[in-house]
Design a protein around this ligand. Structure first.
Ligand code: NAP
Length: 252
């Protein structure tokens, strides 16, 4: 896999302030990309990500936006273009998860989850794709989840949003392939980040027990998959979802 694939490229990572998004920013910065670190509310964490990217010798900026808000996203893309040039690569990583069983799930919870995880995916992709079409180059990776592939009784809205991301990935990949834009997805299993803070320990223990590798994954392990899907090592792949779950979900 050549790091030359990333030299001179501008990448936007949504939700880059922490967790998996931060690991992606660092991996892609290390590969030589210019990195735009999007965040929603935690400016200090985003600045820390950018500082770590710069320490690797790459250019970085932070950019606030709510992915579920079209105006906010348009403004984000304009600011990235102004500072780092047109966007070559996009990691649609921002997401929320609320641990709620069916008795406590409300319509507000459903709408919030779908708006950020699925509508946000549409809004950001649609804001970025014109510049990819114009230059006939684009690489997009969407952060789904194995929740899309197995029942999640305590995260029905989340599972639905993540399954929607896989269908979105396939259809957009087909629609954009003639413009030399590849669109793929990653479906991580349980990864050590703040998003799983609400999950109780017995549940975590049970999930680890169901995992052949008998452990939780790290953000770096997902960033490596994202790096692969953005690189030319995956040049014959589009519309795919790669599962990285320690073997907990095995697709045919
Ligand atoms: P995390 O540590 O909670 O980070 C979530 C990120 O999303 C933060 O950077 C946050 O920004 C950003 N974000 C949330 N709402 C946003 C909005 N409306 N607009 C823009 N940014 C927003 O979670 P994570 O585990 O790294 O999750 C990253 C992605 O991986 C998510 O899509 C998640 O569903 C997926 N995933 C995670 C796991 C896991 O086990 N960890 C497994 C499968 C899939 P602020 O810092 O500003 O709040």
């Amino acid at each position: 896999m050549s790091e030359a694939d990333f030299e001179g490229r501008t990448v936007l990572v949504t939700g880059g302030s922490r967790g998996i998004g931060r690991a992606c920013c660092l991996r892609l910065g290390k590969a030589g990309a210019r990195v735009a670190v999007n965040y929603h509310s935690r400016a200090d964490d985003a600045l820390e990500t950018a500082r770590q990217v710069e320490a690797l010798g790459a250019e970085a900026m932070t950019v606030q936006a709510n992915v579920a808000d079209e105006t906010s996203v348009a403004d984000m893309v304009a600011r990235v273009n102004e500072r780092l040039g047109s966007i070559d690569m996009l990691v649609n990583n921002a997401g929320i998860f609320e641990y709620v069983d069916h008795e406590h799930a409300t319509l507000e919870h459903w709408k919030r989850t779908i708006e950020v995880n699925l509508t946000g995916l549409y809004i950001v992709t649609w804001a970025v794709k014109p510049q990819m079409i114009e230059k006939k180059f684009g690489r997009i990776v969407n952060m789904s989840s194995i929740s899309a592939l197995r029942p999640r009784p305590y995260g029905i809205a989340y599972a639905a949003s993540k399954a929607g991301m896989i269908a979105f990935t396939q259809s957009t990949a087909d629609a954009l392939v003639s413009h030399n834009i590849r669109v793929n997805a990653v479906a991580p299993g349980l990864i050590e980040t703040e998003i799983i803070d609400d999950v109780d320990q017995p549940t975590i223990d049970r999930l680890i027990d169901q995992t052949p590798m008998k452990r939780i994954g790290t953000p770096d392990e997902i960033a490596d998959v994202v790096h692969y899907l953005l690189s030319e090592a995956s040049r014959f792949m589009t519309g795919q979802t790669l599962v990285a779950s320690g073997g907990r979900v095995m697709l045919p």
